[in-house]
Ligand binder design. Structure first.
Ligand SMILES: NC(=O)C1=CN([C@@H]2O[C@H](COP(=O)(O)OP(=O)(O)OC[C@H]3O[C@@H](n4cnc5c(N)ncnc54)[C@H](OP(=O)(O)O)[C@@H]3O)[C@@H](O)[C@H]2O)C=CC1
Ligand SMILES: CC(=O)[C@H](N)C(=O)O
Length: 262
């Protein structure tokens, strides 16, 4: 029996989530794998049990369903073996804002933000109580770039970064590690699902390279890990500029330029 924490991974039936599952299994962690496609999860679970001799449980759930989320929340609240949450499940959009249906908007926001937040909220009190554990949230560099024309997807990913930074401030004093991982284009099914041919993209990272890099950041207990960013100082400068704003934005009076003309 392993003494390592069990790792709970959403969106584990393909891509980045399936690769996290493989990597944590190799490290000797038991796993709980979550997604809608049970047959793919079962296939992965059988392979990982054989290859790595770890316990792998499969939970079929649609994270846009509040009822399914409730079941997962109960599990995260109560199962003290689960010490790491990989909040990975997500979907991208095809088409611009004017082409989005109300249903598609709701599904994307629910999956990329509400589900991720509810699962983090379910596990956080127990981890904080025990003084250990980790929450990994998968964002995207698209969250930095409204210019990419994926306004809703990018907004959900900006949310993931903000939430992760806030949770880190709130939970790290209790011993809980929070990591935001921000991939750029990575070769997974997400592109096909969004109706985009991945082979038309200029720079695409292989999924194994992405997850291995994210795990280097995880092992260093880095708060924000951006595997495709070669010049680390760019992030430091951006975050430093943001922090610099804080001393200037708490003012009792409107700025001079907004004073009504007499
Ligand atoms: N690939 C890329 O270029 C990038 C990806 N990302 C992010 O990485 C994360 C993983 O995506 P990636 O591996 O690329 O894409 P994939 O499409 O390969 O994987 C997405 C995973 O999420 C699961 N999923 C989708 N919808 C639901 C749902 N309603 N309920 C439960 N599970 C669901 C899918 O499983 P199933 O269909 O079985 O439910 C699948 O396991 C996402 O958050 C994505 O935004 C970030 C930046 C770049
Ligand atoms: C479809 C995408 O835009 C991709 N998932 C990303 O976040 O870069």
């Amino acid at each position: 029996m392993t003494t390592l924490p069990t790792v709970f991974i959403t969106g584990a039936s393909s891509g980045i989530g399936a690769t996290y599952a493989e990597r944590f299994a190799r490290r000797g962690h038991d796993l709980v794998l979550v997604a809608r496609d049970k047959s793919r999860l079962d296939e992965l679970a059988i392979r990982l049990r054989e290859e790595s001799n770890v316990a792998v449980e499969v939970l079929q759930a649609d994270l846009t369903s509040s009822a399914d989320l409730s079941v997962l929340e109960t599990r995260l609240r109560n199962d003290s073996r689960i010490g790491v949450l990989i909040n990975n499940a997500g979907m991208a959009q095809s088409g611009g804002f004017l082409e989005q249906s109300a249903e598609a908007i709701e599904r994307q926001i629910t999956l990329n933000t509400t589900a991720l937040t509810r699962l983090a909220a379910a596990i956080a009190p127990r981890l904080a109580q025990s003084g250990t554990g980790a929450i990994v949230n998968i964002g995207s560099v698209v969250g930095f770039a409204p210019e990419f024309g994926m306004s809703i997807y990018g907004a959900t990913k900006a949310f993931v970064l903000f939430l992760s930074q806030g949770l880190s401030l709130e939970l790290s004093p209790n011993g809980v590690y929070v990591q935001a991982v921000l991939p750029a284009s990575t070769r997974t099914k997400i592109w096909e699902r969004a109706g985009i041919d991945v082979n038309t993209l200029p720079e695409v990272m292989e999924v194994g390279e992405l997850v291995d890099a994210a795990l280097v950041g995880f092992d260093r207990r880095e708060l924000v890990t951006i595997p495709p960013l070669h010049v680390a100082e760019r992030w430091d400068a951006l975050d430093g500029a943001r922090q610099g704003l804080m001393s200037d934005i708490r003012q009792a009076h409107a700025a001079e330029r907004y004073r009504p003309q007499a």
